[in-house]
Design a protein around this ligand. Sequence first.
Ligand code: SAM
Ligand code: SF4
Ligand code: SF4
Length: 376
Amino acid sequence: MGQAINLTAQSANEGPTARKSGAMPAAGADGALRDQLHRPLRDMRISVTDRCNFRCVYCMPKEVFGRDFQFRERSELLTFEEIERVARAGISLGVRKLRLTGGEPLLRRGIEELVARLAALRTPEGESLDIALTTNGSALPVKAEALAKAGLGRITISLDSLQEERFQAINDVRFPVSRVLEAIDAAAAAGLGPVKINTVLKRGVNDDEILDLAGHFRGTGHTLRFIEYMDVGSSNGWVLDEVVPSAEVVERISAVYPLEPLPPAHPGEVAQRWRYVDGAGEIGAISSVTNPFCGACTRARISAEGRLFTCLFATEGTDLRELLRGGASDAELQGALAGTWRARKDRYSEKRAELTAHPGDPAGAGRRIEMSYIGG
Ligand code: SAM
Ligand code: SF4
Ligand code: SF4
């Protein structure tokens, strides 16, 4: 099924993270907070809700997230004030980019108020932060202008297929693809463009659309990013054979629309960038499975109920809500964040690559680590 996958433990930007393991580094030469593998804290990804109006089959399958599924109560979610305090603590420790996600972040009532609060924050040098949001786009036609006005800097919209029947089968709530395309236009019209469009590829499901998607977004100014399907959570039944390697994606596009590599836009960029030789724009490839980038992973994740996770595949998080609601001072909150980050040595995707170095070997696949889903 499909072509052989070349799983390597080499990071996109640096050598295997394990090589850098050693004594506990408190801070780098620049004074920045560093984890056990010398990675600074730069990005914070904040989930604002665990709810979603889609049931994408690879993310929230209906069999698991059905009518009886118990989502968090409103009172369990961090309030906007609490989110702002966590963001401030992160900024004092080096965070320069905030991304709101979920679940579906636009389902959180008053999301534009949260964006405005975060957009008003400043770094110790007095600069504003990069505020981004990832959405399925369904509410964008009504929300795009308010989000732009509130100070949202950038937006990523997920879109896995251009084919009506297929898109509706993937989102599993019969949401029409035309409305996501309208959402992309609405975001651009509101000044949130160029938009990033995230496409998760799954072998046998939508890998026959790689060229159609590339052709559709070439020349629009928007950047299409192909994401390798990951083994997040325990409900999507992930198997390695379903991963479409980025190398194959780039090869297939380049055969029709020649591509050339671009350097990373910034240190720690997770997408490998390629530009069309004819000047029709660029695409991105996020190779979390075939070319993991743990060595450059500078991202902390805050779940909707206020747990701090240091890896997408982590099973344990630090309970910040308990601190926030227990009267902790800003210094105590910073201490909890810094302590968790300093202890961090996650490199799950590199380990997965090592464990599954023989994709045809069922023993290798069997040793894959199963991890819980924490918000994308
Ligand atoms: N609901 C929003 C959306 O879909 O854009 C934000 C949250 S969603 C969890 C964030 C991103 O994670 C989406 O682009 C989605 O396609 C991606 N995603 C979810 N499950 C995935 C998986 N197993 N492998 C790769 N990407 C996945
Ligand atoms: Fe919802 Fe996003 Fe997951 Fe789809 S990928 S089910 S839109 S959270
Ligand atoms: Fe970061 Fe964990 Fe993903 Fe590696 S597996 S890139 S450490 S989130």
